[in-house]
Design a protein around this ligand. Structure first.
Ligand SMILES: Nc1c(NC[C@H](O)[C@H](O)[C@H](O)CO)[nH]c(=O)[nH]c1=O
Ligand SMILES: CC(=O)[C@@H](O)COP(=O)(O)O
Length: 157
């Protein structure tokens, strides 16, 4: 099993997020999962000193739109990091492959085009149970992992 616990991190080595501004883009597909990912990310940012007024949320229809939504926030030039939250679950067709490829490559491209990091907080799972397990279930919460990544990347030396 590749995943240990997505919620484990060493708080003592994490910088304080008090002065940082975050944008969080949330896909509305599989909203029961993405809301839990958002809660994990939002809570972790606050637990590490972030101010709620410095956290901006933007909803988009699906994970494919996370790229455009993240770019929309990045162009405002007022964030230290963006967290893109989605949950893509395999269906009957190859659509899963195209959505996952598009959003992963698109977010990679944003990290090249902009000087502000965009964190890939997108579950790409075979089943809903796998997504439940990784959004506050037995494997922790990927939203926590990605909030930690956002703080680390926003405070790179
Ligand atoms: N099947 C899932 C989707 N599909 C929708 C796409 O993301 C996109 O919104 C649509 O193709 C219009 O551009 N999105 C998810 O986030 N998760 C899925 O499982
Ligand atoms: C990832 C998707 O777009 C997928 O869930 C859609 O389901 P299907 O492949 O059965 O159309």
């Amino acid at each position: 099993m590749a995943t240990t616990n997505l919620s484990d991190y060493d708080k003592t080595i994490l910088g304080n997020a008090k002065k940082l501004k975050f944008g969080i883009v949330v896909s509305e597909w599989n909203t029961s999962v993405t809301e839990n990912l958002y809660k994990g990310a939002h809570t972790t940012l606050l637990d590490n000193g972030a101010v709620d007024a410095n956290i901006t949320r933007l909803n988009v229809p699906g994970s494919f739109e996370l790229v455009y939504g993240s770019k929309h926030l990045l162009k405002q030039g007022k964030f230290d990091a963006i967290i893109a939250i989605g949950c893509v679950i395999q269906g009957e067709t190859k659509h899963f492959d195209f959505v996952c490829e598009a959003v992963s490559q698109g977010i990679k491209d944003l990290n090249i085009q902009f000087d502000v990091p965009t964190i890939f907080c997108v579950l790409t799972d075979n089943t809903m149970q796998q997504s439940i397990d990784r959004s506050g279930g037995k494997h922790g919460n990927k939203g926590v992992e990605c909030a930690v990544a956002a703080i680390k990347m926003a405070t790179l030396a």
